[in-house]
Design a binder for this molecule. Structure first.
Ligand code: GCO
Ligand code: MG
Length: 462
């Protein structure tokens, strides 16, 4: 005779899940097969980890639903943006993947390879996704794949900020300053013209100004391109006279200091175009003009000469917009061979590696000077602004004036006021893209003008 067993008592007694089986009276037959119980255990494990994942962040796991590249050139320079859409309707992230000289190759890397790699992955696992994609091609550390990875990485940080309902700099640890001090670019055919432009930026509130006379290497000073007369190379190739340039830079600094005074911080970019020994001589002649930094004094191929250069002069150095991978700069930072790292954030793979570079720099008193001209998109500028607000060893940020068309394509583009760059307090990176408007400015695939020659036609690292 079946005495009615109190339900809770029965469950305790049997320690089994489903009450239904008990009351059916058929206990023996209910025992699941070993496979079935293994299967049940596994899905219980998955559910438990999902459950624990959820409970840990308190937010349901969200996965990547799609990844695509958006190319646009509202100001002439090719800009590449990665858009990551998620399993949560309306939640997406943006990231900068701008390698302006080979933009279409980055688009291919993103559109043809990232969906297969990314779709279904948990958007929260930023570090894991970075490490996994970094080696997913086996051959790694190049400008194309690093830029693609950067776009994905910055987009995931954007998503995490939106999910946490806070700006990315807060996720990084909050502000270390109220705004991002930045430098402007003054150029001109003559030192006097450059000095006048420096004065204009000082009047706008800039405390740091980069001075160049006729762009990199002062090409207007170069006379008699014998290679061109000899029919060597392409007529469109550029011609530089390094001797004339090395003579001109100290005169440029002298004139600007005389006109603009001792207080304005003056930066100069030699763009790796001068032989190391000439660089030493030129820097020695600049010491009296107290430059804030001399940038890319050596090419990445000549990094081994940095200790010699460093020992020969007191001017501060900024290095690194051409760096791809850490091996190119870790030892030099550790030896304090330069004072500012100039990485192009998307070239090294995004916010995740950039934060690591910055933290490494803190221990060796090397400060930031992220690369930030017109071939870093407004999304990239926003991303590095979040980093600049947070890191202690911030140095200075390169700025660019985005035109109205660009600001329309990218609502939330960082603003510049009195020499400071400001991002908004919106969650994530605080910037968006108008894809319809972006399509109005298609990218182009010309190979760019980076062929520079000496008088005899020898190629100069540009
Ligand atoms: C800088 C850089 C740039 C690069 C350009 C290459 O200091 O801003 O040297 O001007 O030449 O970004 O595309
Ligand atoms: Mg530079």
């Amino acid at each position: 005779m079946n005495t009615p067993v109190r339900r809770r008592q029965a469950l305790k007694m049997l320690g089994l899940g489903s009450a239904a089986t008990v009351f059916g009276g058929k206990i023996a037959s209910a025992m699941p097969s070993p496979e079935k119980s293994a299967e049940r255990a596994k899905s219980a494990e998955r559910a438990k980890s999902a459950e624990s994942a959820k409970s840990a962040s308190g937010l349901p796991p969200i996965t990547i639903r799609s990844v695509k590249a958006i190319g646009t050139a509202p100001q002439g320079a090719n800009l590449i943006i990665v858009k990551v859409e998620t399993s949560e309707p309306g939640l997406y992230g943006l990231g900068c993947a701008t390698f302006t000289q080979r933009a279409e190759v980055v688009v291919t890397a993103i559109n043809n390879y990232m969906p297969d790699f990314c779709v279904g992955r948990n958007v929260d696992d930023i570090e894991d996704i970075w490490q996994a994609f970094f080696v997913s091609s086996y051959w790694r550390n190049g400008p194309v794949l690093n830029n693609a990875l950067s776009g994905l990485n910055q987009a995931l940080w954007d998503i995490k900020g939106k999910r946490a309902n806070m700006p990315v700099y807060q996720l990084l640890g909050g502000r270390a300053r109220f705004a991002v001090d930045c430098y402007a670019h003054a150029d001109g055919k003559t030192p006097e013209e450059v000095a006048a432009n420096v004065q204009k930026f000082m009047d706008q509130g800039f405390r740091h100004v980069r001075i160049q006379q006729g762009g990199y290497g002062s090409l207007q000073l170069a006379k008699q391109p014998d290679w061109r007369d000899a029919g060597f190379g392409k007529p469109t190739d550029d011609f530089m006279d390094a001797h004339a340039y090395v003579q001109a830079v100290p005169k440029l600094f002298q004139t600007v200091r005389k006109v603009c005074g001792p207080d304005v911080e003056l930066l100069h970019d030699t763009h790796e175009r001068v032989q190391p020994q000439d660089m030493i001589n030129m820097c020695r002649r600049l010491e009296d003009f107290d430059p804030y930094w001399i940038e890319d004094p050596l090419s990445p191929e000549n990094m081994h000469l940095f200790p010699q250069l460093r020992a020969a002069t007191t001017v501060p150095f900024a290095m690194g917009e051409l760096f791809n991978n850490p091996n190119e700069f870790v030892d030099y930072m550790a030896r304090r061979d330069f004072d500012y790292f100039r990485c192009h954030v998307s070239q090294i793979g995004g916010i995740t590696p950039a934060i690591k570079v910055a933290h490494l720099g803190e221990f060796f008193n090397v400060r930031s000077g992220w690369h930030g001209p017109g071939d870093v998109s407004p999304v990239g500028h926003a991303a590095q602004c979040h980093i600049d607000l947070n890191i202690w060893n911030f140095g200075i940020q390169e700025s660019v004036f985005f035109n109205d068309a660009t600001k329309e394509v990218f609502p939330g583009t960082p603003e510049i006021k009195k020499g400071y760059m400001y991002i908004n307090e919106a969650p994530g990176l605080g910037i968006d893209i108008n894809e319809k408007l972006a399509a109005k400015y298609p990218i182009n695939n010309n190979a760019g003008k980076w062929t520079l020659r000496k008088r005899d036609g020898t190629i100069i690292r540009p």
